[in-house]
Design a protein around this ligand. Structure first.
Ligand SMILES: [Ca+2]
Ligand SMILES: [Ca+2]
Length: 392
């Protein structure tokens, strides 16, 4: 079940956004959708279909038709070569576990995430660095003991090899603490504050960062880690949530589980992973009959404040919707393709990004202008997909 379902149960669905005319997120790519086969998602119960094709159709129906066409044409038409894994880097770090069972749990998260990155997501193995509090637990996997010094060393190494447009994914497991003023990550040896952590990580001159801090109290690290162009996910909304967190487990699961791909475009965006994991956290506490002691948030607008429900309404989630850890090739399209097909795919992703940008700018333009621009982008999307099918 997607986060959207959970949001609906909290009242967001009552706004009627699911059938919000033709600009509804229901049929656009790269947006969270209820799970299920593609066809039913195109139907909007409150918007009856036009039965007489010769009758003039309102713009809304024309847009709906274009959207249906775009999605129809997005059915797997071709195969593409995946890239070599260049341009993407990962730091997976777990600090002091403090408990053998927790240590095993954190190691499992890291192992699973490493397997997903090096496997289906095709990261270059030499681009994935694992730091753990006891390297003897898995010497083949763990690059370094998770000290601050070693984290700095890894960042220096990546900095010396990274491209300016590269993506760096940082996953932090373990414990953090908060003394009402300062967040610190508990590592063997000196504990970096959130500000120091940001300084160490962002010494890497890469344009794109996804930082997932899954520790206790991690919400308190968001203000320091937040910057324009960076996506920050934390397991808790503040430093006051000090109980052991579950978010990390589900965030990792999101990249292993097709259910996180709520819009069924064959890829899991960072926002989809967040929504999936946040929903699973909610489900976990509910099923266990426990008071929910962690409230995950995401920040990607650089204002230092995370949102539990990112969307155009609060301006959060634009980057995360269009940021992926994978190669850029949908799961259904991974294989061998031609340069022309790759160029078309890149163009398709550009148009998807423009659609998202338009949705975020919607409140600042007249509705007619919004619909006209959206229609234009959807037509472009349909045209690209038609070309891809033709090349099949
Ligand atoms: Ca997706
Ligand atoms: Ca924010």
């Amino acid at each position: 079940m997607s986060k959207l379902g959970a949001k609906g149960s909290r009242g967001r669905g009552a706004k009627g956004r699911a059938c919000d005319g033709l600009h509804s997120r229901s049929f656009l790519p790269s947006v969270p959708l209820p799970l299920g086969p593609p066809a039913p998602r195109l139907l909007c119960p409150s918007a009856p279909l036009p039965l007489c094709p010769s009758a003039p159709l309102p713009l809304a129906f024309r847009l709906w038709g274009v959207a249906v066409l775009a999605l129809f044409l997005m059915m797997p038409p071709f195969s593409l070569a995946s890239d070599s894994g260049q341009g993407r880097w990962a730091i997976l770090i777990s600090g002091i576990s403090g408990d053998p069972e927790l240590q095993e749990e954190f190691l499992k998260w890291i192992r699973d995430l490493h397997a997903a990155l090096a496997g289906p997501m095709q990261f270059d193995r030499g681009h994935v660095f694992v730091l753990f509090d006891d390297p003897s637990k898995d010497p083949g996997l763990i690059s370094y003991k998770s000290t601050r010094e070693n984290l700095e060393k890894v960042c220096r190494e990546i900095a010396s090899r990274v491209g300016k447009d590269d993506l760096v994914f940082v996953f932090i497991a373990g414990h953090g603490n908060f003394d009402a003023k300062t967040y610190k990550l508990n590592l063997p040896g000196p504990d970096p504050t959130a500000e120091e952590l940001a300084s160490i990580l962002y010494s890497i001159p890469a344009a794109r960062f996804v930082v997932a801090n899954m520790t206790t109290c991690s919400g308190a690290s968001v203000p320091a880690l937040s910057q324009k162009g960076k996506i920050v996910v934390s397991a808790t909304k503040s430093g006051m949530e000090k109980n052991q967190t579950q978010m990390g487990r589900f965030f990792v699961e999101a990249f292993k589980n097709g259910n996180a791909d709520s819009d069924k475009n064959g890829r899991v965006s960072v926002l989809e992973a967040f929504n999936y994991a946040a929903h699973k956290v909610e489900e976990y506490y509910s099923t266990q009959g426990l008071l929910k002691t962690e409230h995950p948030v995401l920040d990607d607008d650089g204002d230092g404040k995370g949102q539990s429900d990112p969307g155009p309404e609060n301006g959060e989630g634009f980057l995360a919707r269009t940021t992926y850890l994978d190669t850029g090739v949908p799961a259904w399209a991974r294989g061998k393709g031609t340069p022309e097909e790759e160029a078309l795919l890149a163009e398709m992703q550009t148009v998807e990004r423009q659609i998202e940008a338009l949705k975020y700018a919607r409140s600042e333009m007249p509705e007619a202008e919004y619909e006209k621009k959206l229609e234009g982008l959807l037509v472009r999307l349909a045209t690209i997909n038609a070309k891809l099918r033709k090349n099949k």
